[in-house]
Ligand binder design. Structure first.
Ligand code: ATP
Ligand code: MG
Length: 407
């Protein structure tokens, strides 16, 4: 891809906002702010989001998830039937579309229950596992953490429907494993942290937290086990565990909930069991903050020069700067693209210094520079953004070298 044909408008003077992620992602041309807590994804941001989603999609498919796409508009009546419309805990997050009287989806339990209720009758139809990547709308007060807390944001949400609690609990552990694997693949170390399950269940929920100084949550974590507790349930930590915990700040990048019959009961979702008796279906819901993950990557992987995106989710793998007029840059880009790498060739008519600055700002894992000096040594300069390591690599060794760095 040639930068001259690619829309990645980097910015020189972005106001230092409250959040590092909004500052860096705006400066590097990944996102464009529409309003507080409302961000448009530009091509760089969208490329990363698609990679994050693809990793999560693969992990949800691997455990039997079925991808769907529900609507952002939901009936107010349905929310009244489930009891959430007038529930103070949820009311504060509801947006209402004045014309249709419908709500703009803050989450999707209700419409999922209705769709499943229309489709199943028997225990043989269970389990049902539906998930989607959808836009959510919430009235967040003071959204000043960039992509970490949007009024409009992208979420992966999965809803599970099981015949009984035993089957549900088994699946709950399976999806917890799939979450850990997803974050690993994205390049983030996550902690499985116990938190309040909500006011209707005695069971804990589990949050997946990434340790980060700028995170909103206070958590107590066990570094060996990669587990922990949210401060909100601190009084329930067994005494035997307390001294192994460290108090840190975290970003909640996902959470999983036992819903029991909280929604299936009021909305009448029942099936006939083996004995022909009616059973209320047991549910769980499982969220991953997709846009929050992009914000988290920016918060965790950066330095004073810009972003340092992990290779699995970076918009491109390789950034090329050709300081000569030999056409070598284009030749390299073509060669590397044939090898399956995603390449951004900086062919803009700007100074080489400016290109070097932007290469660091955008944060692709590898930067290649071809210049008169490297040409004299039949070499290309290779910089690893993560470590800052710079080396001269013989042209004939380049592919092997990149393979090692990017595999
Ligand atoms: P939080 O405690 O941070 O408000 P939540 O408990 O409201 O999160 P859920 O409603 O369960 O979160 O949503 C699932 C996931 O979606 C969260 O774990 C988080 O990663 C993400 N998320 C929630 N609210 C936002 C938001 N306003 N902006 C971006 N991501 C969000
Ligand atoms: Mg919330």
């Amino acid at each position: 891809m040639k930068y001259s044909q690619f829309y990645a408008p980097t910015k020189k003077d972005v106001a230092k906002t409250d959040s590092i992620n909004a500052y860096l992602l705006t400066k590097a041309g990944y996102v464009s702010q529409v309003a507080a807590g409302v961000y448009a994804l530009l091509p760089l941001g969208l490329r990363s989001i698609k990679k994050i989603e693809q990793i999560v999609r693969e992990e949800m498919d691997a455990i039997g998830g079925n991808e769907v796409s529900f609507t952002a508009l939901q009936s107010e009546k349905l929310w009244q039937d489930s009891g959430r419309w007038d529930d103070e805990n949820f009311r504060s997050i509801l947006y209402k579309d004045q014309e249709s009287g419908m709500t703009l989806a803050p989450t999707h339990e209700e419409p999922m229950v209705v769709a499943v209720k229309e489709a199943i009758q028997s225990y043989r139809d269970l389990p049902v596992l539906l998930y989607q990547f959808q836009t959510k709308f919430r009235k967040e007060l003071r959204p000043k953490s960039g992509l970490l807390r949007g009024r409009e944001f992208r979420m992966k949400d999965l809803y599970s429907f099981h015949l009984n609690d035993e089957d549900h609990q088994k699946f709950y552990e399976i999806i917890a494993g799939a979450y850990t694997k997803s974050y690993d693949r994205i390049g983030l170390e996550s902690y499985r942290v116990k938190a309040s399950g909500g006011f209707f269940t005695k069971q804990f929920s589990d949050e997946f937290q990434v340790i980060c100084e700028t995170g909103e949550d206070e958590i107590l974590v066990n570094h060996d086990k990669k587990t922990g507790y949210n401060k909100e349930v601190e009084d329930q930590i067994p005494a035997s565990e307390k001294d192994k915990l460290e108090r840190v700040k975290g970003i909640e990048v996902g959470n999983i909930f036992h819903l029991e019959t909280k929604y299936s009961k009021p909305l009448g979702l029942e099936v006939l069991d083996e004995k022909g008796e009616r059973q209320t279906v047991i549910m769980g819901s499982y969220g991953i903050g997709i846009s929050r993950l992009l914000g988290t990557l920016a918060e965790v992987f950066n330095d004073e020069n810009g972003l340092k995106m992990p290779k699995q989710v970076a918009p491109f793998h390789i950034y090329i700067i050709d300081m000569t007029d030999t056409g070598k840059g284009e030749e390299l880009a073509e060669l590397l693209e044939k090898e399956g790498y995603e390449v951004l060739l900086d062919d803009r008519e700007t100074s080489n210094g400016g290109k070097m600055v932007d290469a660091d700002l955008l944060g692709m894992p590898i930067r290649l520079v071809y210049s008169k000096k490297t040409a004299e040594a039949d070499s290309i300069e290779v910089k690893v953004r993560e470590t800052g390591e710079v080396s001269l690599v013989k042209e004939k060794d380049l592919l092997n070298h990149l393979k090692k760095l990017l595999s």
